[in-house]
Design a protein around this ligand. Structure first.
Ligand code: ZN
Length: 143
């Protein structure tokens, strides 16, 4: 499944393949520029695999759950990172209740738990609440 990106000029929905999520695109309808993804993307297992393996930029993954208080505190930090690093990194959110197989694959026991991937490879993983500056430093080190 490709992600849809709405054109801010003409409103057309454009399909964005996983490998181009961090790239500037062009609206298929009016040719206006489509900015890179600047928000966390909620993913399930298949989409997680596709984005992590195809992304040309580092991918930060936030493993979280609705009932987790520290996860809610981390959410705005994660949003900031997605916006600040638009075009240079992608941010995924994995709901560990909906995708327990992903949580198991990466040994996620306590949440929030963060993982950074580069070229499909896990390069950093850490549990516990951190702020946006710490998240940025992981991504910058991975890039
Ligand atoms: Zn357009």
């Amino acid at each position: 499944m490709d992600r849809l990106r709405k054109c801010s000029r003409c409103g057309a929905e454009n399909r964005i393949p996983a490998r181009h999520l961090a790239h500037v695109g062009k609206c298929g309808s009016c040719k206006a520029e489509l900015p890179p993804t600047s928000e966390p993307i909620e993913v399930d297992g298949p989409e997680f695999d596709r984005i992590v393996s195809e992304s040309p930029v580092p991918v930060l993954v936030d493993f979280w759950a609705d009932w987790c208080g520290p996860c809610r505190m981390a959410a705005p930090e994660v949003h900031h990172v997605a916006r600040d690093l638009a075009g240079r990194a992608l941010v995924l959110k994995v709901d560990t209740e909906r995708s327990p197989e992903l949580a198991a694959r990466y040994n996620v026991r306590g949440i929030p738990n963060f993982a950074v991937f580069r070229g499909g490879r896990l390069v950093h993983q850490q549990a516990g609440l951190v702020n946006r500056n710490v998240m940025r430093s992981w991504i910058e080190r991975a890039a």
